[in-house]
Design a protein around this ligand. Structure first.
Ligand code: FES
Ligand SMILES: [Fe+2]
Length: 389
């Protein structure tokens, strides 16, 4: 990738005290944006949507993955599959609008039809008028092209390249780390709700800047003065755990308004750590948080080099917690997080503007406070390096 030189990659991969950050082109350049899609996000497990966006069996939702059309489909048994959203015949975009599918997914051009598992079922008039078969054409080889996918904490992850390590291997460090809080299997028993669960923000920044901002607590005193009152800097610690994540934790999380009631908490959460919380950027683009009574995921959906959609979904502990009796509690939690995440918007947008400046050449990392950020830069630099090798 000519816009990202070997020299700049080498500079990022230095020990933190002498490393530089990624060059400006990694944030502002349209070619690097597509390179990020193909060499960084596609080569890993990227979060693309929430399972709750496919509310019923048979539901199909088109997704735009950095210009690449995908289609998520919930089949009759409730399982979610992801396909390339393109007809095998002449390459028509297959599904343009999200919708429940009653029987088959039918192409609008020549009416070829696929079942919910992607198999090609009907090819009307393929052999001439009223001849729906054709000698030498076998439907079996022309189904929809499946993308490797996995569902975890209601996040639909995809690995476009097909050759990343297994999803279980990828997610294991998070699962193992957070078992100490949620208990074994605890994160499989969290549920989003129709109220108090979701928020979307569009930020005028490259997708990497929200990752960088999320994984450090250094900015908390100045950007989040309210949060800082109960969770000051000296209550935070850095997290670097395996290759694919970094973040920060706090010993003193207390934003939920107790007057609103008490949400169910993880049964296994240690009583002496009830105020602990952790925030992990799971590379490339999923930001995770865990507290005693909820966990959340933010998907960073890159839309352009300088535009990113942030989709938050908060999940609550146990199916009952998503019900109507906890509505006010959930709305209080969402409102508290909304306040914090909105405070971060100006920071990532102003960093994006700063990356137009020739006076900035990657910057420096402070050896203590910026450890999680440098961990992310080095991860991206290694993906860039792998694409060159
Ligand atoms: S392009 Fe889809 S049926 Fe022809
Ligand atoms: Fe922040």
């Amino acid at each position: 990738m000519s816009k990202i030189s070997q020299q700049t990659i080498d500079a990022v991969l230095q020990p933190i005290g002498s490393a530089k950050g990624l060059p400006n082109a990694a944030y502002v350049d349209d070619q690097v944006f597509l390179h990020d899609r193909d060499a960084v996000l596609s080569a890993s497990w990227a979060g693309i949507a929430f399972g709750s966006e496919l509310p019923e069996p048979g539901y199909a939702k088109p997704l735009n993955f950095m210009g690449l059309p995908l289609l998520a489909v919930r089949d009759k048994s409730g399982e979610i599959n992801v396909f390339h959203n393109v007809c095998s015949h002449r390459g028509m975009l297959l599904v343009a609008e999200e919708q429940p599918i009653k029987t088959v997914i039918r192409c609008r051009y020549h009416s070829w039809a696929y079942d919910l598992d992607g198999a090609l079922r009907a090819t009307p008039h393929i052999g001439g008028a009223d001849k729906h078969e054709c000698a030498g054409f076998n439907r079996d080889g022309h189904g929809l092209k499946l993308v490797r996918s996995a569902l975890w904490m209601d996040v639909i992850f995809v690995n476009l390249s097909g050759d990343a390590p297994s999803f279980d291997e990828f997610i294991a460090p998070v699962v193992q780390r957070w078992e100490a809080f949620s208990g074994a299997g605890g994160l499989q028993e969290v549920y989003p709700s129709d109220t108090g669960s979701r928020l979307e923000l569009t930020v005028a920044s490259n997708w990497k800047l929200p990752v960088e901002n999320y994984c450090e607590a250094y900015h908390v005193p100045w950007v989040h003065p309210g949060l800082s009152e109960y969770s000051p800097l000296d209550q935070h610690y850095n997290i670097v755990d395996g290759d694919d994540m970094s973040g920060q934790g706090t010993l003193n999380y207390t934003p939920t308004n107790a007057a609103e009631g008490v949400l169910p908490a993880f049964a296994a959460w240690p009583a002496d750590k009830i105020k602990h919380a952790e925030y992990i950027a799971l590379y490339p683009n999923v930001l995770l948080g865990i507290q005693a009574d909820h966990a959340y995921a933010i998907l960073l959906v890159p839309q352009a080099a300088d535009r990113t959609l942030e989709k938050l979904q908060i999940c609550y502990v146990g199916e009952k917690s998503a019900g109507p009796e906890y509505r006010e509690c959930r709305e209080a939690v969402l409102a508290a997080w909304k306040g914090v995440f909105v405070e971060d918007v100006f920071a990532v947008e102003a960093m994006q503007l700063g990356r137009q400046s020739p006076g900035f050449q990657g910057g420096v990392f402070t050896p203590i406070m910026d450890v999680p950020t440098h961990h992310f830069h080095a991860w991206v630099a290694r993906k860039y390096q792998a694409a060159i090798d």
